[in-house]
Design a protein around this ligand. Structure first.
Ligand SMILES: [Zn+2]
Ligand SMILES: [Zn+2]
Length: 84
């Protein structure tokens, strides 16, 4: 009984193939992944690098940029953050 159950679980954790919306390449994802991306890993990495946000530092007023992929967007520029 138990053996059957574990076997079933294992087969359910397969992989999904998707076509990248950006480059058209076919890429695979683990089936249990929570968010299914539309783009392949290479394109996601590229997009993450290019997407930058510009903000004005709360401390010195200088504008600074950071990747939008950051979970917590900084309020201070790198110089002010380093001074803390
Ligand atoms: Zn791609
Ligand atoms: Zn600053």
């Amino acid at each position: 009984m138990w053996k059957k159950l574990t076997l079933k679980l294992r087969t359910q954790q397969g992989s999904i193939t998707r076509t990248c919306k950006n480059c058209g390449k076919i890429f695979t994802l683990p089936e249990n992944v929570q968010a299914w991306p539309d783009t392949c890993q290479a394109c996601r990495a590229k997009l993450r690098q290019t997407e930058t946000v510009t903000r004005r530092c709360r401390s010195c007023g200088e504008s600074f940029t950071f990747p939008s992929a950051l979970r917590h967007w900084p309020k201070l520029c790198p110089a002010c953050r380093g001074r803390r």
